[in-house]
Design a protein around this ligand. Structure first.
Ligand code: GTP
Ligand code: SPV
Ligand code: MN
Length: 595
């Protein structure tokens, strides 16, 4: 499919090491994809679902030990440890290459190596960057066909150039002890071995579009961020765009596809989804910041997705979708997950994510081992199938960003929303983000950890330098977006979420956009500008009163001062690359809190 010597030589080299029986080039045609689906079904790698209810939909179950990203086994292999920083795992490139070589050697014997030429961004656009992933997994091929733009046109656009990201993935033995997700930013190389799950193996996503891209962005003067992109369409037809960075499984997909509450819908408000996970941001000729979504599909969290919480996501998954680690309803040959509806398949007709018979009557919310679907089970679905996909989704120049929103899961401390004083303070607000951990990564769930800009697991270099890059970018954007922080997850004393969330989050977004246009006042507090409670519209909300909103917006000095101490520890851990400006902002916050 190409005469590009750089590409051909690299593939020869990788094949000589992994020793596949055959090499198949993925051309992006439906005929080839169809043949691969059939092959995967014949080996049990995929289960073909009810084609009347779920046309072109399939189910896949991963190995039981392979259900989430593995941050502890994810490495940034820069020549020096300092370049990777203290937050990333680091190993010297030579050492890692040597270790990997042993694991890859002969790993594809008896298997096929698929060559996937793909583009992050619209092929040929200024934003686009190209990659080639070599993999021995049909599941990976089929997911990449949804999540990225794949085909011969990518090779044509690449031409003779060596400017592409090399990705090698081998399932090997799916051995946890030898699982490595490794990045060599200086070599434009990603190597992943012993996993078959999501962010570990769909190398265009977190590995390329965040870790490698963040490194390139710093070098080239742009930003790669863990952000959704959405457009709010006003009744008069005007559109404004927001990007938002929330940690994994903290609500990006849901916010990106939200359906306005009735009061707004009938006035004519609409929300359009440009992206649900990753944004690449550049300064436009007009001095604003412009965003594109480099992906082509959604790898979304299944549990909790239903017709009330996110009808658009549910509709998106009704065709051309690969479900991973959900419940198989064998009577209807369909799928189910916790939070889909109150009608789980009954014992005898239900297979859980591990492939065992599942008894929904034994389900206990507090005991994750009784779940039918894994808490990090996912759907891989085409963006173009989303009912609210933005007409700008394929735009070559992207969309202009009015507001950047940070957010996390905080039971206390963070208020429903606040605005930073300016870009510099906003970058600081991003750097001190914290959130309770979720099932999206292996490890304990529900522990508060600092997750700056929702990028803790995804910055491809030193976190301190990344913060400096944010500060530097602020100086390069003549008309920068305003920066905000939200928290949908404050809980009452019984642990229930106070704010209704989901579609009702539009109420907060509209305050944010009104602030961007100087159309609404705010209260200046120690942490930033907080809305006056009356300015959050609660019309049509049953359980929310003005007092509830006041409570949601309250800033508790004691818990913020406790947070400041925790931030100091975190900054110390990030180490001596933390910009002095961030320490100045931290001191200023503490001073305002103790005033
Ligand atoms: P990744 O794909 O891992 O990056 O996750 P994400 O940030 O896209 O998260 P997603 O939208 O899939 O939401 C994850 C979980 O949070 C789901 O179980 C949702 O039901 C829940 N969630 C999302 N938005 C809200 C909200 O506004 N309020 C509450 N209470 N829960 C929410
Ligand atoms: C995340 O964990 O932020 C995801 C899922 O979007 S994965 O692709 O597995 O990283
Ligand atoms: Mn994500």
């Amino acid at each position: 499919m190409t005469n590009n010597k750089h590409v051909l030589n690299w593939i020869d080299e990788m094949a000589a090491m992994t020793k596949p029986d055959r090499i198949v080039w993925i051309d992006g045609t439906n005929e080839q994809a169809e043949a691969l689906r059939a092959e995967a079904c014949s080996t049990g790698e995929l289960i073909k679902l009810n084609q009347e209810v779920l046309p072109n939909c399939y189910l896949h179950r991963t190995a039981v030990n392979d259900v989430a990203r593995v941050e502890g086994r994810t490495y940034i292999c820069t020549p020096t440890k300092e370049e990777a920083g203290n937050i990333n795992n680091w190993m010297a490139p030579d050492e890692m290459y040597a270790k990997l070589k042993k694991l890859y050697t002969g790993s594809m014997k008896g298997r096929t190596m698929y060559v996937i030429p793909y583009s992050m961004g619209v092929v040929g656009s200024d934003f686009a960057k190209y990659g080639i992933e070599l993999t021995d997994s049909i599941y990976v091929v089929l997911n990449m066909l949804i999540m990225t733009r794949v085909g011969k046109n990518v090779l044509d656009a690449l031409g003779d150039s060596a400017d592409y990201i090399k990705g090698l993935h081998a399932r090997a033995d799916i051995d946890e002890e030898n699982r490595y997700i490794t990045h060599f930013p200086q070599d434009n190389t990603i190597m992943s071995v012993n996993s078959g799950y999501g962010g570990n193996v769909l190398l265009g996503k977190k590995c390329f579009a965040l870790r490698i891209a963040s490194y390139l962005g710093r070098k080239e003067g742009w930003m790669a961020e863990h952000m959704l992109i959405l457009g709010v369409k006003y009744p008069n037809g005007e559109k404004k765009y927001i990007t938002a960075a929330f940690p994994s499984a903290c609500g990006k997909t849901n916010l990106a596809m939200l359906i306005p509450p009735e009061v707004y819908k009938k006035q004519g408000y609409e929300v359009e989804c440009v992206g649900d996970d990753i944004a690449w941001l550049r300064v436009g000729e007009d001095g604003r910041l412009w965003a594109v979504n480099p992906e082509n599909g959604f790898f979304g969290v299944a549990p909790g997705t239903n017709n009330k919480s996110n009808p658009n996501a549910l509709a998106t998954t009704m065709r051309d979708t690969i479900f991973t680690n959900v419940v198989h309803d064998t009577k209807n040959n369909t799928v189910w997950w916790e939070g889909l509806n109150d009608n789980p398949p009954m014992p005898g007709n239900a297979i859980d994510w591990k492939g065992n018979p599942w008894d929904c009557t034994k389900y206990d919310k507090k005991d994750k081992s009784t779940c039918g679907a894994h808490p990090n089970s996912r759907f891989t679905a085409l963006a173009e199938n989303c009912p609210c996909i933005s007409p700008e989704f394929n735009s070559l120049k992207g969309v202009p960003v009015s507001a950047i929103v940070f957010g996390g899961r905080r039971a206390k401390t963070a208020p429903l929303v606040y605005q930073s004083f300016d870009w510099q303070h906003g970058s600081f607000v991003g750097s001190i983000m914290a959130s309770e951990t979720t099932a999206a990564a292996a490890g304990a769930v529900g522990v508060v950890r600092r997750d700056p800009m929702a990028m803790r697991p995804f910055v491809g270099y030193n976190m301190g330098d990344y913060w400096q890059h944010w500060l530097n970018m602020g100086k390069k954007i003549p008309n920068p977006p305003k920066i905000f922080h939200v928290n949908w997850f404050r809980t009452d004393d019984e642990g229930h979420f106070i704010w209704p969330g989901f579609g009702d989050n539009l109420r907060v977004l509209l305050w944010i956009l009104a602030r961007c246009d100087d159309k609404v006042d705010a209260v200046k507090t120690a942490i930033g500008y907080v809305p006056m409670a009356e300015d959050i519209n609660i019309e049509g909300l049953d359980d929310v009163t003005l007092d509830t909103v006041k409570d949601l917006l309250s800033v508790d000095t004691e818990s913020w001062l406790a947070d400041v101490e925790n931030i100091k520890e975190f900054y110390a851990q990030v180490g001596d690359h933390v910009p002095a400006t961030m320490y100045d902002e931290l001191a200023a916050l503490e001073a305002r809190l103790t005033k």
